[in-house]
Ligand binder design. Sequence first.
Ligand code: ZN
Length: 135
Amino acid sequence: MNYDREGLIAAAKEAMMKAYAPYSNFYVGAAYLMEDGTIYSGCNIENASYGAANCAERTAIFKAISEGRRDFKALALCGGPKGEVDKACYPCGICRQVLNEFCDKDMEILVATKDGYEVTHLAELLPHSFSKEDL
Ligand SMILES: [Zn+2]
């Protein structure tokens, strides 16, 4: 698959710096590439009522879905304390389940590290998943 991986990671990093994370100080950014090249990005948004927080992956995917888009081609993620990316920041379980609803199991997921990025897929992150095919 041909696309600008570094550019997508840069979009995730730009979104990460908009994180609202006064409680954890852990900033996360996500950027979805659509089939036509459009990028939907998002950050984590915390709340004084901790359970009301939303992850970057879901902020961005809900933006896309609510704009009528479902043609996800790739996802880039990055995260770290106050936006300092060091080790890979993989999606939480809730986000993996949301991704499973809308994204192909073989969609590339790029996870930024200090020196570059790791590549994974939903099939690897959420094996034996429960999905709409099971209903
Ligand atoms: Zn999450």
